[in-house]
Design a binder for this molecule. Sequence first.
Ligand code: 5GP
Ligand code: ZN
Length: 114
Amino acid sequence: MNDCIFCKIISGEIPSEKVYEDELVLSFKDISPEAPAHVLIIPKKHISSLNELKEEDEKIISHVFMVATEIVKKLGIADSGYRIVTNCGEDGGQTVSHIHFHLLGGRSLQWPPG
Ligand code: 5GP
Ligand code: ZN
């Protein structure tokens, strides 16, 4: 867990461009944006992936989505539309083992993803 880059972002050891923060979650700009608006929303609790989610984490995950509704207003994409994605495991394309939700918008997004 000590080697987790997102835990280091939460602790401030690695800098980030914060968009939102409260006691449960942190949101910051993705370092390699795939859309004009691309932020990550992460729980402050280290959870490796969706597969490691426990019943007790239910409040954290629902909070992520509640917070997202505020962030999209801040980013000005609430009405134009956006997408929230979480990648899980190798086939899902997960590269950081700390659960995170990509929030993408600011352009027309393709479906299905590649
Ligand atoms: P994944 O591929 O695991 O779904 O998403 C990981 C995301 O984290 C990628 O979009 C990547 O650009 C982003 N990322 C990786 N390292 C850092 C970092 O140090 N800072 C920030 N802001 N984003 C990062
Ligand atoms: Zn972590």
